[in-house]
Design a protein. Structure first.
Length: 311
């Protein structure tokens, strides 16, 4: 777990490839997602785009744990690229589980399906935690077993020596849990990451609220990873751009990664990059790419902008 006591130098910035375009997800609209999806259809096309970005300045991958992303990790493993790539995993991939719940008749069906998956995985720790948690009505234990199951899926795809920097709690689950004061979930998440030897991570669209709740609960954010929106438009920066920038200044020992830097296409690359490069507390950015030319240019431009601001 890496703790930065001062703003990182440009050479230390995390330039992560985000996986939304690979999954056909757009923060603006599903029509937009469908428009760009043909450029990255299938694991082969997605794997090629990821490899291209890594060849042209990107140094990591921020991904939801899905069958597609696991296949992409397998591709990087075969190419000998995993050792030099920072991996930041987001779980659970809520969209997959929402669709499954609809298909299986709601939460009971989803719980049964997930339990069967964990059991079939023969992951002794995950199975034991799940059973013990169910018997003792300990939801924290159930969650820790679940996260161990997702970690095992990643090891199967990337190999037993795959190194994950952080497991981030998905924003749909995390932001709901913040609103409902589910302190137990965040403590279970910290403990699960500690057991895995990774930094606890949080994917959120309300950074100020997360900082406020963690302070109230006395949960440290030192050494943690947070992915949150940062862009010149203030798009998805709840409750406001000013509040998010102020919260960022309170986190000198936390690796904050900006996403949605293009404000879902409202901003051009130059304006977007110029803004995030002026935020010295940012540890890095995550940007999705949907075309080879984007993969070749985006991260080089980011690298130059951060280097310019560091001078």
């Amino acid at each position: 777990m890496t703790v930065t006591s001062s703003p990182p130098h440009a050479d230390d910035k995390l330039l992560l490839v985000g996986d939304n375009p690979f999954l056909g997800v757009s923060h603006l609209s599903q029509d937009r997602a469908r428009e760009r999806a043909p450029d990255v259809t299938g694991a082969a096309g997605a794997g090629e785009l990821l490899a291209t970005a890594l060849d042209h300045g990107a140094n990591g991958f921020l991904f939801s744990v899905s069958e597609l992303s696991l296949t992409m990790l397998s591709t990087l493993r075969r190419r000998g690229r995993l050792g030099s790539t920072g991996l930041y995993a987001i779980a659970p991939w809520s969209f997959e589980y929402v669709r499954a719940a609809v298909r299986l008749g709601g939460m009971p069906g989803l719980a049964r399906e997930l339990g069967e998956r964990v059991f079939r995985s023969r992951n002794a720790y995950a199975v034991a935690q799940g059973i013990n948690g169910a018997v003792r009505n300990d939801l924290g234990a159930v969650y820790k077993g679940y996260l161990n199951y997702e970690a095992a899926r990643i090891r199967t795809a990337g190999g037993p020596d795959v190194q994950i920097a952080s497991y981030l709690l998905h924003e749909v689950v995390g932001d709901m849990a913040l609103g409902l004061d589910m302190e137990w979930l965040f403590r279970a998440h910290v403990e699960a990451n500690r057991r895995a030897g990774t930094a606890p991570g949080y994917n959120t669209r309300n950074l100020p609220l997360l900082v406020e709740k963690f302070r109230r609960w006395d949960i440290s954010l030192a050494g943690a990873v947070i992915a949150a929106p940062f862009n010149a438009e203030g798009f998805q920066m709840c409750p406001s751009r000013a509040a998010c920038e102020a919260a960022l200044e309170e986190l000198p020992d936390t690796d904050v990664i900006a996403f949605s830097i293009l404000a879902a296409g409202h901003l051009g690359y130059t304006e977007a990059i110029d803004y995030v490069a002026t935020l010295p507390r940012l540890r890095g950015v995550a940007v999705g790419v949907s075309k080879p030319e984007h993969a070749r240019s985006t991260f080089k431009d980011l690298e130059r902008a951060f280097r310019r601001e560091a001078v």
